[in-house]
Design a protein around this ligand. Structure first.
Ligand code: HQG
Length: 177
C-alpha cells in the first residue's frame, strides 16, 4: 500500500479537492473515474487497482467506496464542509481524545474545538487516542464524559470508520488524567 497515495487521497478528499480541479458533492463524494483522471493530469499517478488497495489496506479505514463502486469519500477528518449524513446516535458513556500536552492550557480554558476540521474527533479506545495525540507532540489522553454530554442534549455522530464526531466539547466534560 502506498502511504504517499493515501496521503494524497486524504489531502484531496478532506482538504483541497480544488487543488486538482476535483469537485466533491455535498456529502463529500468524488467520482472515482474523474478523480483518477484529474490525479494523473496533476502528475499524481493513480489507477483503480492502487486506489482499491489503499482503501482496503488503510489501517484506519480512512476511505469509503459507494455501494455502486463509482464514488469515494473520506470517512472523517474533513476541513472542507461536507454533510456526511450520519444520524445522531448515543455514544458510549466515555470517549477519549488524544492531544499534545502543550495544548492543555488552552483546552482547559476553551474546551475541545474543531479547529481546521469540521468537528472534534473522539475515539472509543485509549490506545487509538494516544496514537492520535502522538501526531502532535508529547501525548496526553483526555477522558470525555460523552454520556453526560448526550444526556444534556449534545449530538454525537459516528463516521464510517468508527471515529466519533461532535461539534465541540466544553471544558466541563473533560477530565485530564
Ligand atoms: C487540539 C486523524 C488548543 C486537538 C486522527 C488536536 C483523527 C486544541 C489539534 C483525526 C483545542 C487539532 C483528527 C483548544 C482542540 N486549544 N488545541 N481549545 N481544541 N485542540 O489533526 O483530533 O490519521 O485537526 O486536541 O486519527 O488530532 O488523518 O485533530 O491536537 O481521527 O486519518 O488541536 O485525524 O486521522 O488537530 O485528529 P487535528 P485530531 P488520520
Amino acid at each position: 500500500m502506498s502511504v504517499q497515495t493515501s496521503k494524497f487521497l486524504s489531502y484531496v478528499l478532506r482538504h483541497a479537492p480544488e487543488s486538482i480541479g476535483l469537485t466533491l458533492d455535498v456529502n463529500g463524494w468524488a467520482d472515482i473515474a474523474d478523480l483518477i483522471d484529474k490525479a494523473n493530469a496533476a502528475n499524481q499517478p493513480l489507477d483503480i487497482d492502487t486506489l482499491h488497495a489503499v482503501v482496503t489496506e488503510s489501517d484506519k479505514k480512512r476511505f469509503k467506496i459507494s455501494e455502486d463502486g463509482k464514488r469515494i469519500r473520506a470517512a472523517q477528518g474533513h476541513s472542507v464542509p461536507v454533510a456526511l449524513g450520519h444520524a445522531p446516535i448515543e455514544p458510549p458513556p466515555i470517549l477519549y481524545h488524544g492531544t499534545a500536552t502543550r495544548f492543555l492550557d488552552s483546552i482547559r480554558e476553551k474546551g475541545l474545538l474543531a479547529g481546521e476540521r469540521q468537528q472534534v474527533h473522539l475515539s472509543s479506545d485509549m490506545l487509538t487516542a494516544e496514537k492520535v495525540g502522538q501526531r502532535h507532540g508529547k501525548p496526553v489522553v483526555l477522558t470525555i464524559d460523552a454520556g453526560r454530554m448526550f444526556s444534556e442534549g449534545i449530538s454525537f455522530f459516528q463516521a464510517d470508520n468508527g471515529v466519533w464526531l461532535t461539534d465541540t466539547v466544553p471544558p466541563a466534560y473533560i477530565a485530564i488524567e
